[in-house]
Design a protein. Structure first.
Length: 317
């Protein structure tokens, strides 16, 4: 029996899996069983088996998990690294194509906006892909238009430093909306303000934009998707992701219609002299919400081969 976990900024998913000959299967019910191996993906940088979560007041380490689970076959990884392992095992039916491009074997990349912004490389070595974690979502935000420069200035006054995660994330969409509200125009709609007071402001903005119910919300989502596409293109350039760029995370499937209207792909391809190369990169939307959990399960399964590692002291690498 293996345990897999996906710990994000706003939700945690855990599941038990039975190990099968060609993979794993979720255990929906059954008697209490011991855990042979575990892998947990956490939203934050994992260094020497320890993670101080970026958007949570949590510190997680492999030694503590191993002590709780009574097994030394424990692996702590970044949540998007787990998602990277998960997407490598997905069927094509779990993907929606935004740009067919010209498929060729090589490196891929995964970007995912949710509570934060995750980025990971799927590096091709000639035989298989290796998942390489990163914290690219915390790289400096680079505005491309006069309006985005004003957005940068607005956010810099509030946060000091502005990363892409401040813009391309759930909270980021609301940051964009607040900026647009600050520069004037029509007063904020009373119904929209009331909805934000009682719910997730970013979700309210997205819903209002997709339903064409508020012009400012529509503009906010348009800016969000354009900046998202530009940063996805930046990641594809840095990785030379000729086999494809994958869009994961919890936000993308909810705004699928907006991602498919051309705004995202236009910003993705707009890379000057390399625009032609960008047009040849396949771009797919990940529809499987359990990608990170399935990836963590695959990593846990791999821990079963070979001798069990020696136990670590808690809080020490």
């Amino acid at each position: 029996m293996i345990l897999a976990g996906d710990v994000g900024g706003t939700k945690t998913a855990l599941a038990l899996f039975d190990v099968r000959r060609r993979g794993v299967a979720v255990v929906r019910e059954g008697p209490r069983a011991s855990i042979d191996a575990a892998c947990v993906g956490v939203a934050g940088p994992v260094i020497d088996g320890r993670c101080a979560a970026t958007n949570l007041p949590w510190v997680v380490d492999e030694a503590s998990l191993a002590a709780c689970l009574s097994t030394t076959r424990v692996k702590l990884i970044n949540d998007l690294e787990a998602a990277g392992h998960g997407v490598l095992g997905l069927k094509r039916t779990s993907l929606a194509t935004l740009q067919a491009g010209q498929p060729r074997k090589g490196t891929m990349a995964l970007i995912a906006a949710g509570t934060g912004l995750g980025e990971v490389l799927l590096v091709w070595d000639g035989r298989r892909h290796h998942v390489v974690s990163s914290e690219g979502g915390h790289a400096d935000f680079a505005p491309r238009t006069d309006l985005e420069i004003e957005l940068f200035r607005f956010l810099r006054k509030e946060f000091g430093r502005v990363s892409y995660e401040r813009v391309v994330s759930g909270p980021g969409l609301y940051n964009i909306y607040r900026f647009l509200l600050s520069i004037g125009g029509a007063p904020e709609a009373d119904w929209l303000h009331a909805r934000m007071e009682t719910g997730d402001p970013s979700a309210v903005v997205a819903e209002a934009a997709l339903g064409q119910r508020d012009p400012r919300a529509v503009q906010a989502l348009d800016m969000f998707v354009s900046i998202y596409g530009a940063e996805a293109g930046n990641l594809a350039l840095k990785a030379l992701a000729v086999e494809g760029l994958l869009i994961g995370g919890g936000i993308a499937p909810k705004i699928r219609s907006k991602l498919e209207d051309g705004t995202f792909m236009s910003a993705f391809r707009e890379k000057g002299r390399l625009s032609g190369m960008m047009a040849a990169i396949p771009v797919h939307l990940v529809l499987e919400p359990r990608a990170a959990l399935l990836g963590a399960a695959a990593v846990a399964r791999s821990l079963l081969s070979g001798p069990a590692p020696k136990p670590l002291a808690r809080g020490k690498p």
